[in-house]
Design a protein around this ligand. Structure first.
Ligand code: GUN
Length: 292
């Protein structure tokens, strides 16, 4: 039997239609158009594509997006100046600094400079702290996208063993927090998982991943999760985006794993479209909070 394919593109379309309705209502009631400022430093081709996708998604749901392009030689101080201007600009509700930044710039310093109320990536320490205490201001986009895929596909997390492979600040760590929290905006069934986080130094990785009812691959290595690492019937969510000679592949050996998993997300067309969608959600929420 082959796993049920979880179609992130379709889910994203549905959620974006819901967001578009809420954006229209907000605009009518407040007279304000939610606005996302995207900051792109240099011309990394993958970042160009990501930023374009984010801008197009804003247009689709009736929000404004403004792109600030800076050359890769820009100094850290000049970038901090721009962030500070955007923090003070009342027409801008959300600020996104596309990563990675050039190596000469201290990424943490720049991300910390984004005002927490405009931090739609949820990277600021204040927002990370609020999330870890179970009272989030914004949910981080990719982890939230994973929770939405599970919830809207009828896969309950409560009481299940969720194994997260990868401990990054952007995905693995915050996703573990969302899965283990007591309550969530999606209801108690969407949280309350028993969570194990493993990573490149974990011993007996295969035994751990094979115990997962829900297996999340976010380690950044092409086809790292093989069929023998997956329990038959498990839900497998692939957060990886790896560029290899044949094109884009995830962190899961898709063809082999789909033969034994219960559910599986493809790459591309799985988690990616949800990440962009959750950014829209955060931008709308930021506008709501700032206009209120
Ligand atoms: N680059 C890769 N993923 C992300 C993300 O989630 N946010 C930003 N700003 N840049 C990224």
């Amino acid at each position: 039997m082959s796993a049920v394919l979880l179609d992130g593109k379709q889910l994203a379309k549905e959620i974006q239609a819901e967001i578009a309705e809420r954006v229209a209502g907000f605009k009518q009631q407040s007279g304000v158009t939610p606005c996302l400022a995207a900051v792109l430093v240099g011309s990394d081709p993958a970042s160009e594509v990501y930023v374009r996708n984010k801008q197009r998604a804003c247009e689709r749901v009736g929000m404004e997006s403004r792109l600030f392009r800076l050359e890769s030689q820009i100094t850290e101080d000049a970038l901090l100046d721009l962030v500070s201007q955007l923090n003070r600009n009342a027409e801008v509700h959300g600020i996104l600094v596309q990563l990675p930044l050039p190596s000469a710039i201290r990424t943490q310093r720049v991300l910390d400079a984004v005002h927490p109320s405009k931090d739609v990536d949820a990277f600021h320490p204040e927002n990370v702290g609020l999330l870890s205490q179970g009272r989030p201001r914004f949910l981080p986009c990719t982890p939230h996208g994973v929770m939405q895929i599970l919830h809207r596909s009828g896969i309950r997390a409560s009481g299940q063993h969720a194994v997260v492979v990868g401990r990054s600040e952007i995905v693995g760590k915050p996703l573990a927090m969302l899965l283990m929290q007591k309550s969530s905006a999606l209801g108690p069934d969407a949280a309350n998982a028993t969570v194990t986080v493993c990573h490149s130094r974990s011993r007996n990785l295969k035994e751990i991943t094979r115990a997962a009812d829900i297996l999340i691959a976010a380690i950044g290595q092409p086809r790292f999760i093989t069929a023998e690492m997956v329990k038959p019937g498990a839900a497998v969510i692939d957060v990886g985006v790896n560029r290899v000679a044949e094109g884009l592949v995830g962190d899961v050996d898709f063809e082999a794993v789909r033969a034994i998993a219960g559910h599986i997300t493809p790459v591309p067309g799985g988690v990616g479209p949800l990440t962009v969608t959750m950014l829209l959600e955060n931008t709308l929420q930021a506008a709501r909070q700032q206009v209120a």
